[in-house]
Design a protein around this ligand. Sequence first.
Ligand code: DC
Length: 228
Amino acid sequence: MDERKNFAVAIDGPSGAGKSTLARSVARELGAVYVDTGAIYRTVGYCAWRRGIDPGAAEEIRALLPEIQVTMDYDADGLQRMYLNGEDVTKEIRLPQISMYASRVSALPEVRAFLMDMQRDMARRYSVVMDGRDIGTVVLPQADVKIFLTASVEDRARRRWEELKERGTPKDFGELLEEIRQRDYNDAHRAASPLRAAEDAVYLDTTGNTFEKSRGQILEIIKERIGQ
Ligand code: DC
């Protein structure tokens, strides 16, 4: 360990548990940088989609990697922006069809290895609140605080339904429920860094919670451990 004063908070969990909104808000409160690692995988998923590559075609996805550059920065409002070969794709990676592409390409160990350095580099340079699926287990096993955030599949589908409606891209609730179940299955059953709680993670189930309640619980967990 170096003598850096940076701290790292890892927040892992399934899709739609509220990780990103909570992590962003908590990072702001703590003066840390929020890193959305799902956006990084989405950028590779988006690239496959745009080039018409089947996300399950492992050989083609592998062949794509040497040709692409995935980078990120933060705009004046502190929003994480994603770039694919220098092109800002921050908006495009949120298209509903990209969720499944991201989930599929993220199952490939080569994709995970390709994106590892940029994630670790952020934690070397800044205090971070980083959310994803394998942050506490693989990316930052030395994180100061690890939280595994989850909620019932119905609660998560409902939140996603509300979010998409607000964004102007509504989707059928039953379809969303099925998609979330499928993504949970993909993310938890892949061989490479499957979604699971780190042994030293605090498990937090937010089913039925208000945002404020979950936020308060997370801040309490963090403050207990790093005295921020
Ligand atoms: O968090 P999200 O829904 O934006 O992530 C999109 C997909 O990326 C998700 O289905 C699984 C994958 N992912 C991952 O494998 N590891 C991470 N650390 C973050 C996301």
